[in-house]
Design a protein. Structure first.
Length: 69
């Protein structure tokens, strides 16, 4: 008998986590291509599109009331 795995629809935390992973990847690519030892704050802002004008809504990271653990 074949087992079927059902995946649930992604929730908001999944979407935020995926966005953070993508941004980290962009930073790693930029750091690997950089000639200097560290990325400057201006270059980091450029890679992350900080301050860029966009028509897309910016996702917000939900705040947790207390830490798990």
């Amino acid at each position: 008998m074949t087992q079927v795995v059902t995946l649930s629809a992604p929730n908001a935390q999944d979407c935020v986590a995926l966005a953070e992973i993508e941004l980290c990847g962009e930073l790693m690519i930029a750091a690997a291509d950089a000639l200097e030892d560290r990325l400057s704050p201006d270059r980091i802002d450029e890679v992350l599109n900080v301050g860029a004008e966009t028509t897309e809504p910016v996702p917000t990271i939900p705040r947790q009331g207390r830490h798990r653990g």
